[in-house]
Design a protein around this ligand. Structure first.
Ligand SMILES: Nc1ncnc2c1ncn2[C@@H]1O[C@H](COP(=O)(O)OP(=O)(O)OP(=O)(O)O)[C@@H](O)[C@H]1O
Length: 843
């Protein structure tokens, strides 16, 4: 692109103005300037300051009114919700975003799986030994991330970039014009040319308007560009993070977080810390934002000063001659070399800072999430200690960055401000001090029409213009050199965003680094490496089948490489057909919930075959111990209003479901179906679990895996809910420690450690009564499939004809247990009475 810079300013039309008297000319200029100023200041010309204040108050009041008059749960908004939350057949959906009392509609089109597939090759996992910094790997990572942030050459971002470039160019052109005008004004002053001086001032103000506008637009466009990058990245990450492959869960387990080089220091766990705290917050929020800000700013920070330097140098070259120009370039090369030597590893520092911020943030997040538990245990002090330690680490690191910046800043300031200025003075003195150079200056023709008595004025003009250009040049050079630091920092943020993206891509495609079998592992011990998962999973059949499935807790990162996943059960066989209600029991930590995790596909199926129905209505449903309650209205919990309507479900039906879980009072207590609350804080533990069961009744799946999901519900209500679930035709697979639940099941899967003959804590064997023959009788007659001691599990079928008998026995057991609990008290009482009868002193 060639840029033509006017070396002389256009003068005001002389023909008309020169006919006027000096006074009239001045008046015209003043009027012109006033008019221009009035337009450039955001004030109504007729408005007084008081009027403007009143205006502002009225505007604020109007905004407040609009905000308060459109509460989120008005019927009007609900109606809109119905219209807008219905998903589009194309897969996109329109979100409602309340903003300043209005509802903005944002249409979100999900990122296609084809796009993810096409990007996969650009995001190979990070090599942990890779050094961070402005190197080849950085450029590769940047290009990969840019494919997401800047998806199209003809899109919105491209348009913003072109506009941004235009304003950057304009600013440079305006800077040159201002420099020239500066010289001219001083020249007119020195030569006592009043008219010229006033004219110059007029131009000065005339130039001020486009200059200020250009500066504001540059900042505005830079921020808009950063926001556009961030929106693209955020949507892309959301779709990849929160998809059906459960990447958010796997990421939280720390399965997919690579550890970049900066985190490889001994004793530093790296990004895994953030991930194991179940958070990608820092990555998705701060790191993405910093990356986008840094990238958008960098374009201006490199492009603009580079352009400035080119143009200013060409302008100066005209005045300084070939020798001066050569001097300038030597100067640039020398400065770049010095600064490169003095630049610390800003990229690594930025990445470390982001990681430490993430760890600190994860600590804070944990307190927010588990506030009640922390408070009950009075764990504030402990948490404060953890937070302080995390903050101290962060503060120390930031401090070391500041310290590293001192010598760098000194070198930079010295070279660019002082050394460059000194060089500039020397160069400018050439045409003045040396006649030959002076001739060369005149030969450039810029000011060839110098008359003898104007020589001083011309020299002053040349000096002032050149000095201003040199100052601008020093400024541009400074910014260009400083952008080296920005670039280094960008490399740090890029590595963080890239790590997140490559990690999510790998998780999404089940790609894990291959680990060799550790030598320390015994021959007969299987090695469960995440890269070697080859079990078959079929989703869709009408039954649940686990054949030859090892139950293994996965381990990612270094732990996974050292010893692989932890085997809980070697090989489990279980087939559940409709109506085969199965209770799973076993000691703590034996792997009961892990079975549910494998069926729900949270954990991998290392080998064997797993078949199960689809998730949700008519398929399989999972209820964990801690129910999931989202933020939204009470009604949103089974379904959104729109989804409910589209399925023809009614409020009366919801009410009857709440009746079955004994929560019919809830809508009234909480202010109706539409009330939006943070339900996990509003409902009691038992209420939350009952809400979970209500969801189950609403969706009526064929199978339900209930993992201790009624542990906080009273036994009577629990029984009613189990009976109701069975009446609805839901086949129950229950994980529980409560023997009382046995009566609602016709099969029993017991888990236990095959190496321990005396299984310690299964409730069925823990209490003296439960381990006695009466309980063995309770579960008999059975059809033992495998001996417990051999495989760690045993499946038995309970005799259905003895169901009533079992209930009776159950009651009897409970009664005897209660009476046994009182024995100690009665014995003490007996002792006291005996003492009293013997006349002994009683304490
Ligand atoms: N997220 C996890 N990552 C790795 N290992 C895990 C994870 N969750 C659990 N484990 C391991 O798996 C083992 C079995 O856990 P699981 O939750 O299945 O036990 P459980 O039988 O349901 O116990 P409980 O009766 O106490 O609920 C635990 O001992 C634990 O070491």
């Amino acid at each position: 692109m060639t840029v033509t810079i006017p070396t002389t300013l256009p003068s005001l039309p002389k023909s008309t103005l020169s006919n006027l008297s000096a006074k009239r000319r001045q008046a015209i200029i003043v009027v012109l300037i006033s008019a221009i100023l009035a337009r450039s200041v955001p004030l109504n010309a007729s408005a007084t300051v008081r009027g403007w204040k009143e205006d502002r108050t009225a505007r604020r009041a109007e905004r407040k009114r609009r905000e308060t008059e459109t509460p989120l749960n008005t019927p009007a908004l609900e109606k809109k919700l119905v219209d807008l939350y219905i998903p589009d057949p194309s897969g996109s959906r329109t979100l409602l975003v309340p903003h300043l009392g209005r509802i903005s509609k944002v249409r979100i089109t999900p990122t296609s799986s084809e796009l993810y597939q096409s990007h996969l090759a650009s995001f190979p996992p990070l090599d942990p030994t890779e050094k961070l910094g402005v190197n080849k790997k950085f450029w590769k990572m940047l290009v990969a991330v840019l494919r997401v942030a800047f998806p199209s050459k003809t899109g919105k971002e491209a348009f913003l970039l072109v506009l941004h470039t235009f304003f950057l160019l304009s600013r440079t052109v305006l800077s040159v014009m201002v420099a020239r005008l500066d010289g001219r004004i001083v020249r007119d002053l020195v030569s006592a040319n009043g008219a010229g001086f006033i004219r110059g001032l007029g131009w000065w103000f005339a130039l001020a308007i486009p200059s200020t506008y250009t500066n504001s637009m540059i900042r505005y466009l830079e921020r808009k560009l950063a926001l556009a990058f961030r929106t693209n990245l955020t949507r892309y990450i959301h779709d990849l993070y929160l998809n059906d492959n459960l990447n958010y869960y796997k990421f939280g387990l720390g399965l997919g977080v690579p550890v970049p080089a900066e985190q490889k220091k001994p004793g530093v766990a790296g990004g895994a810390n953030e991930a194991s705290a179940g958070t990608a917050d820092q990555f998705i929020t701060t790191d993405v934002a910093k990356f986008c800000d840094s990238l958008a700013a960098l374009y201006g920070n490199i492009g603009k000063p580079a352009l400035d330097m080119l143009i200013f140098t060409s302008q100066l070259a005209a005045s300084l001659g070939p020798l001066g120009t050569l001097g300038l370039f030597t100067n640039y090369a020398f400065t770049a070399w010095v600064l490169k030597k003095a630049t610390p590893a800003f990229g690594r520092m930025a990445a470390t800072e982001a990681r430490l911020e993430g760890e600190y943030r994860a600590g804070l997040g944990r307190i927010g999430r588990d506030g009640e538990e922390v408070a009950f245990y009075n764990g504030g002090k402990r948490e404060k200690g953890i937070l302080l330690a995390a903050y101290e680490k962060l503060a120390k690191h930031v401090h070391s960055v500041f310290k590293a910046r001192i010598p760098y800043g000194m070198t930079e300031d010295f070279t660019i401000k002082y050394f460059w200025s000194a060089c500039g003075y020397c160069l400018m003195s050439l045409p003045i001090l040396f006649p030959a150079a002076s001739k060369a200056l005149q030969a450039t023709g810029t000011h060839a029409r110098t008359e003898a008595h104007h020589e001083v004025a011309e020299r002053t003009e040349s000096y002032v213009s050149n000095r201003r250009l040199l100052l601008s040049l020093a400024d541009a050079g400074g910014r260009l050199m400083y952008s080296g630091k920005d670039l280094a920092e960008l490399s740090g943020y890029t590595s963080r965003v890239y790590a997140l993206l490559s990690s999510l891509h790998a998780l999404n495609n089940n790609i894990y680094p291959e680990n060799p079998r550790p030598a320390a592992l015994e021959e007969d011990q299987p090695f469960y490496d995440l890269s070697n998962v080859h079990g078959r999973v079929i989703i869709g059949p009408k039954h649940l089948l686990l054949r030859g499935i090892p139950v293994v807790a996965p381990a990612g990162g270094a732990a996974g490489a050292e010893r692989g996943g932890e085997e809980l059960l070697n090989s489990l066989d279980l087939r559940v057909e409709q109506g085969e209600h199965t209770l799973i029991t076993g000691p703590n930590g034996v792997g009961k919930t892990s079975i549910a995790r494998i069926v729900a596909r949270l954990w991998p199926t290392w080998s064997g075959l797993m078949e199960r129905p689809i998730h949700g209505e008519g398929g399989i449903f999972f209820l964990p111990q801690r129910p999931y309650l989202s933020i939204g209205s009470l009604r949103d919990h089974p379904h959104t209003y729109a989804e409910m309507k589209s399925r023809g479900r009614t409020d009366a039906e919801l009410m009857s479901i709440l009746g079955h879980v004994h929560l019919e009072y809830l809508p009234k207590r909480e202010g109706g179906w539409e009330t939006r609350k943070e339900w996990k804080d509003v409902l009691s533990g038992g209420e939350k679990q009952r809400m979970g069961m209500a969801r189950l009744f609403y969706h009526r799946p064929s199978y339900a895996i209930l993992d201790e999901c009624t542990s906080a519900v009273s036994s009577d209500v629990e029984g009613l809910m189990y009976e109701h679930a069975k009446n609805l035709g839901i086949t129950l697979v229950t994980i529980s420690h409560r023997p009382s639940l046995l009566k609602y099941h016709n099969r029993h899967l017991r888990l236990g450690d095959p190496t321990q003959h005396n299984i310690p804590s299964t409730p069925l064997t823990r209490t003296p009564l439960a381990s006695s023959t009466s309980l063995t009788n309770l579960t008999a007659p059975q059809t033992p499939s495998t001996p417990l001691a051999a495989h760690g599990w045993q499946l038995t079928t309970l005799n259905s004809t003895s169901a009533e008998e079992k209930k009776e026995l159950e009651h009897e057991i409970a009664e005897i247990e209660r009476q046994l609990g009182e024995v100690e008290g009665w014995e003490k009482r007996l002792e006291v009475i005996g003492k009293e009868l013997r006349g002994e002193k009683v304490n």
